[in-house]
Design a protein around this ligand. Structure first.
Ligand SMILES: [Zn+2]
Length: 46
């Protein structure tokens, strides 16, 4: 199960909050976490 890189919560792969960065998919629990990631993906993508 993917983990929201912002808050550490487990997220369903069917989550509608997702971003693709450097060929990897990232999933988020909410819009806020997605926006935080999108603002600075490098910081959160590892
Ligand atoms: Zn989150």
């Amino acid at each position: 199960m993917p983990v929201d890189p912002i808050c550490g919560m487990k997220v369903e792969e069917t989550s509608k909050y997702r971003s693709k960065f450097q060929g990897k998919d990232f999933y988020f629990c909410c819009m806020e976490c997605k926006e935080t990631f999108d603002r600075n993906p490098l910081k959160y993508s590892r």
